[in-house]
Design a protein around this ligand. Structure first.
Ligand SMILES: NC(=O)c1ccc[n+]([C@@H]2O[C@H](COP(=O)([O-])OP(=O)(O)OC[C@H]3O[C@@H](n4cnc5c(N)ncnc54)[C@H](OP(=O)(O)O)[C@@H]3O)[C@@H](O)[C@H]2O)c1
Length: 275
């Protein structure tokens, strides 16, 4: 894939290559190097859709916004990660054979440079994975375990002991957090830090993003906006949960214009850093 983009911000405006855009750019500002850095990435339509309904009762990333250019950058961001943060919903989709990906970095030859880059950085072949779940209502992701990945589940006090024991017996590391419901973002970040992680990539959806943002824990948001309107009712946008007590402010760090994705529509690739 040899696509070129137009850098709109910061100046000067100039053509740049897609490949390496997020892999080679510094992810973490110099003053934050020593701490856990948390980042997320979404692709959405002009009307803010990140997922649409797919019966029975599922939501999926629409094929009208998913595209190879954004996917390449998704993989590059995974290249930086020590740990991916995903959700119980992902594991239910995985068990049903309907997960969008196999939790990167992808094995396709197009991503071989990302694997080489990880090796040069002294990173593990693949990032570890943490799944957040209130209910533990999914089977153990055996393939991830067979691949030798370290897989943790963070949950609260609500799930029954038997569920906890069954997943632990399969080789998962299940960690309970205080409280019956949702885990607080600050506790998640404190635990990831204690485990020694420095780069956590949130690949889950709107509720996990809300968990992180409402706790003041999201450093950077990468947002791809595909120049299409989808319409529809009640579909997910990037963040869902209670109105924040105060807005979380981010400043634009970079903006690229991808004039045409392979299916001929434009998109903006933005990076926002927390104030
Ligand atoms: N377009 C994009 O870029 C993009 C990116 C990501 C996701 N998506 C789409 O968005 C849709 C929703 O994705 P998602 O379900 O992963 O998103 P989510 O809304 O972030 O995750 C929901 C699930 O995560 C668990 N969870 C969330 N916050 C938690 C907390 N604080 N403590 C404990 N558990 C917590 C719960 O799992 P349990 O139900 O197991 O308790 C909850 O049901 C999917 O269709 C996905 O494909 C789109």
């Amino acid at each position: 894939m040899t696509a070129s983009l137009l850098r709109l911000y910061p100046p000067p405006t100039e053509a740049v290559a897609l490949e390496g855009l997020y892999l080679n750019a510094p992810l973490v500002p110099s003053d934050l190097q020593a701490r856990l850095f948390v980042y997320a990435n979404f692709v959405m339509s002009l009307d803010g859709r990140i997922a649409i309904a797919q019966p029975p009762g599922r939501q999926v990333v629409p094929s009208t916004t998913a595209n190879p250019h954004d996917w390449r950058l998704f993989q590059e961001l995974a290249g930086h990660a020590d740990v991916l943060v995903s959700s119980g919903r992902y594991l239910r989709d995985w068990a049903a054979g309907q997960a969008q990906d196999s939790l990167p970095v992808g094995s396709a030859s197009a991503f071989a440079d990302i694997h080489r880059w990880r090796r040069r950085q002294g990173k593990a072949g693949q990032p570890d994975v943490v799944f957040l779940s209130e209910d533990l209502d999914f089977p153990a992701p055996r393939r991830l375990l067979q691949e030798g990945r370290t897989v943790r589940i963070f949950t609260g006090d609500a799930p029954p002991r038997e569920r906890f024991a069954a997943l632990t017996a399969e080789g998962l590391i299940v960690e309970r957090f205080a409280g019956n419901g949702r885990i607080d973002g600050k506790e998640i970040v404190a635990r990831l830090t204690a485990l020694g992680y420095r780069r956590a990539y949130c690949v889950a959806g709107p509720q996990v993003l809300h968990t992180l943002v409402s706790a003041g824990c999201l450093n950077t948001l990468f947002l791809t906006t595909v120049h299409r309107l989808l319409g529809g009712e009640g579909f997910a946008t990037i963040m869902e949960g209670a109105l924040l007590g105060a807005p979380a402010d981010y400043r634009l760090r970079s903006l690229y214009y991808d004039t045409h994705t392979p299916d001929g529509v434009g998109q903006m690739l933005a990076r926002y850093d927390r104030h």
